[in-house]
Design a protein around this ligand. Structure first.
Ligand SMILES: C[S@@+](CC[C@H](N)C(=O)[O-])C[C@H]1O[C@@H](n2cnc3c(N)ncnc32)[C@H](O)[C@@H]1O
Length: 305
């Protein structure tokens, strides 16, 4: 596998070998992903949906999300439960940020980069459709998919907006909770498509890191004192992860909270490519693909004092 990545994109291979040079990392970066679904309790009771599915599929619970299961099919286009919005096909690690956000009914929540809505629908599910969920994305074509997913998955408490996420910085200390599932180089998604390795360029890492820093500052401004901001990406690059969180810690009074979930993780990075980060970032959750046989992911739980 290492050979394959080396041939496809040597710069990609060199950068991420500095991060993790284990055989398992490179093997799992290319291994086919296990399929997983989330049961959508906004449409029907949990037990009813699970019982229906068990008549035709094998389900294995995902330890860190009680509504999540690994499933032995890739054929979602012919699954009636999918067409009806009873199940959302969603990668197991991508279910973590809403769990960490811990939304409650009645809260005012912002999902700053929401399309196509996997995490928005999960947040609405935890809110039991009560309160208000602002679901934003900058790209029009993606907002259209977001709207259609909110519709199909029975989300009734969302307001959809199409803005650059920095727009929300003007609503100072407004939201109880904010999810910033940031645009990123998507290195973790290489298990879905090899194009994320082929097309990877260091310039894009720098570009995204800049955008992410602007977005996280705006999100923090819009957060109420005592509120929770969850920052996540599906990439392993420290410039888009620990560096962005470290930047927020330096610029504001933000505090990090340790994330405790029943899964394995890789220690966060304190120094990379000449950049050093605060010891505090050790509280973030860094998942490499071999940790739990999922996509790579990064999650930080931030609290405003
Ligand atoms: C990682 S994806 C979000 C996935 C989504 N949270 C989900 O779970 O389905 C990042 C999203 O950020 C959006 N985006 C990119 N730049 C943005 C910006 N400046 N403000 C808001 N959204 C942005 C992209 O269109 C993309 O849909």
């Amino acid at each position: 596998m290492e050979e394959l990545f080396r041939e496809v994109n040597l710069k990609f291979y060199k950068r991420y070998s500095k991060l993790d040079d284990s055989k398992e990392f490179w093997e799992l970066m290319k291994a086919p992903l296990r399929q997983s679904i989330r049961i959508n309790t906004l449409k029907a009771p949990f037990d009813y949906i699970v019982k229906r599915l068990k008549e035709r599929y094998e389900l294995e619970p995902i330890p860190w999300v009680k509504e999540g299961f690994f499933i032995n099919t890739r054929e979602f286009s012919t699954m009636i439960e999918h067409a009806l919005g009873l199940v959302f096909p969603q990668e197991a690690s991508s279910m973590i940020p809403p769990v960490v956000l811990d939304p409650k009914p009645g809260e005012l929540i912002l999902d700053m980069a929401a399309a196509p809505g996997a995490k928005t629908t999960q947040i609405a599910q935890y809110m039991e459709n009560e309160g208000c969920l602002v679901a934003n994305d900058m790209k029009k074509w993606r907002v259209n998919i977001l709207r259609s997913n909110l519709n199909r998955f029975g989300v009734l408490n969302a307001l959809v907006t199409q803005k650059d996420g920095t727009y929300f910085g003007r609503f100072k200390e407004t939201f109880d909770k904010i999810l910033l599932d940031a645009p990123c180089t998507s290195v973790g998604m290489v298990r879905k498509s090899f194009k994320f390795a082929k097309d990877w360029k260091i310039d894009r890492v720098y570009m995204y890191s800049k955008i992410q820093k602007k977005l996280i500052l705006a999100a923090y401004k819009a957060l109420k004192p005592g509120g929770t901001l969850v920052y996540s990406t599906c990439t392993v690059d420290p410039f888009e992860n620990e560096e962005v969180v470290d930047f927020l810690l330096m610029k504001t009074d933000a505090k990090l909270e340790k994330i405790k979930l029943p899964l394995k993780s890789t220690p966060p990075i304190l120094e990379f490519d000449g950049h050093k980060y605060s010891e505090e970032v050790k509280k973030c959750l860094r998942l490499h693909p071999q940790d739990n046989n999922t996509e790579a992911f990064f999650v930080a739980k931030i609290r405003k004092p």
